[in-house]
Write a protein that binds this ligand. Structure first.
Ligand SMILES: [Zn+2]
Length: 564
């Protein structure tokens, strides 16, 4: 997910983007990124989605492995309701369960519940339907639930029957735990399954979802679009969009040149021209990400973008990112968001989360991909500028336990900084080898911070306990106090530098520090020194007389330094 400038969104945005002048800026992407950061830093406070970790999932749910969702929605936008069915196939991992629990908001009228073809008893309260297993069923089960009603708005909205320009637009946004506002599911990010979804609406409406379009069936002025995935998907990434979309497409060619895949855009008629300008870079973005990490994970399906009315950013629904219609202006203003969402197809969608507490693996990785893409386009100064734009506010809390608020500045931007610092410490070759291996190993599956650390250690051959402890579990940044003097010895100079770590809440960071020695009108020498003590004295020899010293002059780590 990309919330406007990563601050978990704000309603103010809506006002901002309707102002025409805001979209008139024509500076480069990097400058705009910086401007937006400045602007949003001033205007946005912490709008945070409260996340209820514990009460949502029952013990029974962890004993179930869902294999397939077959969903059907008959939409009636004018009445803001649907008639739906869900056929869910799965496996019981534990024998003797007396109920099959699925997350499902209790505001629907339920017309049928069947387990393995037989009507069965159930309880249906709050966010759970608990289906009684009153007969001995095999390990494999099939639940069928028929229901109807109007979904309850929750989280970032859940399922919305909205309107724009007097016309209906139906869309969903379920991250993290709101898929159950519109279909029954085992709403754990690590219980991936395959999906068939049929969406029926007035024949003037185009209905879009994940995966590939199997067919479109016309029936009495109604059309049913059948979409299907061949790759597993987490429930929060399942999406539904239905509106009077105009469609256009692009072609992506795989990096081995053997496959061609469609990139499909579903846009509001009024935005058709602007979207063609704004979305044009997707081919290059996917190509860059594939070259960097490995082939696009859903090459047998598609990549796509659909406009929706969540105006606070975008959401990386698997193979069909939702983009707020206010973000389509024909000025290429939100390139960073398109990069971020495309990157999620690798980080978050293909490599999923084992649990929500590791959300930085989704958001930090995708945020860092913005910087990597700008580096690829414009060089290392663009990388540096982008990373600086991501550290304008102090990071609060740890990446290890984001707590009840998942979508914070820390998760997005400190997460990106952790990767940036890992790259500095291990070098480009090993760093990118790690990301490629991590992707290869966990593609179509789920990973944790520990899994990522294990890949980092096995590829680099280094013990990274300290690195992960200080940056993932830790809540501090490095603060240095320093002093220096130069002594002339014969024709040479000895520069003595005293460094002391003075940050609160973390006694001793270990890190690779770059020090620049600046000479009188004669350039800078750079030295790399591994710091592994709270205070340290360094000696640097030179043949020229130093004029000043620079601590971390290329801003490679989360560090601030003050002269004593
Ligand atoms: Zn994101």
């Amino acid at each position: 997910m990309w919330k406007i400038k990563s601050f978990a969104a704000c309603f103010i945005i809506l006002l901002l983007f309707t102002g025409g002048s805001w979209l008139e800026y024509k500076q480069s992407g990097i400058e705009l990124e910086k401007m937006k950061t400045d602007f949003f830093s001033q205007h946005l406070k912490n709008f945070k989605l409260r996340f209820d970790h514990d009460k949502y999932i029952t013990d029974n749910q962890r004993q179930v492995d869902i294999l397939h969702y077959d969903l059907f929605f008959d939409l009636f936008p004018e009445k803001k309701k649907f008639v739906a069915s869900a056929i869910i196939k799965g496996v019981l991992k534990t024998k003797g369960l007396n109920s099959l629990d699925l997350n499902f908001y209790d505001n629907f009228e339920i017309n049928l519940v069947e387990l393995n073809g037989k009507k069965t008893d159930y309880t249906y309260e709050e966010k759970l339907i608990s289906i009684v297993i009153d007969h001995s069923i095999p390990d494999t089960f099939k639940v069928k639930i028929e229901y109807s009603g109007t979904p309850k708005s929750a989280g970032f909205g859940g399922f919305s029957f909205a309107r724009i320009n007097g016309k209906p637009l139906v869309y969903s946004i379920s991250e993290p735990t709101y898929a159950s506002t519109w279909f029954p599911c085992n709403d754990l990010p690590n219980d991936k399954a395959l999906l068939d979804i049929r969406i029926k609406n007035d024949s003037s409406q185009v209905s879009v979802s994940n995966g590939v379009l199997v067919d479109v069936v016309n029936d009495n002025f109604r059309k049913t679009y059948h979409w299907k995935t061949i790759y597993p998907i987490s429930t929060y990434l399942i999406a539904l969009y239905s509106s009077g979309y105009k469609h256009f497409s692009d072609s992506y060619i795989s990096i081995d040149g053997k496959d061609t895949m469609d990139i499909d855009y579903y846009v509001l008629p009024n935005d058709y021209k602007n979207a063609q300008i704004d979305f044009a870079e997707h081919v290059e973005i996917l190509g860059f990400l594939a070259e960097t990490f490995g082939e696009y994970p859903f090459i047998g399906e598609k990549y796509g973008v659909a406009e929706f009315l969540w105006q606070r950013g975008a959401m990386e629904h698997q193979t069909i990112t939702g983009v707020g219609s206010n973000l389509v202006g024909g000025k290429n203003f939100f390139l960073d968001i398109y990069i971020h969402e495309a990157a999620h197809q690798w980080w978050g969608n293909a490599v999923g989360l084992k649990s929500w507490k590791d959300i930085w693996l989704n958001e930090g990785f995708s945020s860092y991909c913005e910087a990597l893409y700008f580096e690829y386009k414009s060089g290392s100064s663009a990388l540096q500028t982008t990373m600086q734009s991501k550290r304008q506010r102090k990071f609060i809390g740890s990446l290890d336990e984001p707590g009840e608020f998942l979508f914070t500045n820390t998760v997005y931007n400190k997460g990106a900084w952790v990767l940036h610092m890992l790259r500095w410490e291990l070098g480009d070759k090993i760093f990118f080898k790690i990301l490629r291996e991590y992707y290869r190993k966990y593609k179509y599956s789920n990973a944790s911070t520990g899994d990522f650390k294990n890949v980092c250690e096995s590829i680099s051959g280094k013990d990274l306990d300290k690195f992960f402890d200080q940056w993932i579990r830790g809540v501090s940044e490095i603060e240095l106090s320093y002093d220096w003097e130069t002594k002339q010895i014969g024709d040479n100079y000895n520069t003595l530098i005293d460094l002391e770590q003075v940050q609160e809440n973390y006694e001793e960071f270990h890190f690779l520090l770059e020090i620049g020695i600046q000479y009188d009108g004669d350039g800078i020498d750079y030295h790399k020194i591994y710091i592994n003590a709270p205070s340290i004295r360094l000696t640097i020899n030179s043949s020229k007389k130093p004029e000043s010293i620079l601590i971390d002059p290329n801003q490679r780590i989360l560090l601030s330094a003050k002269s004593k």
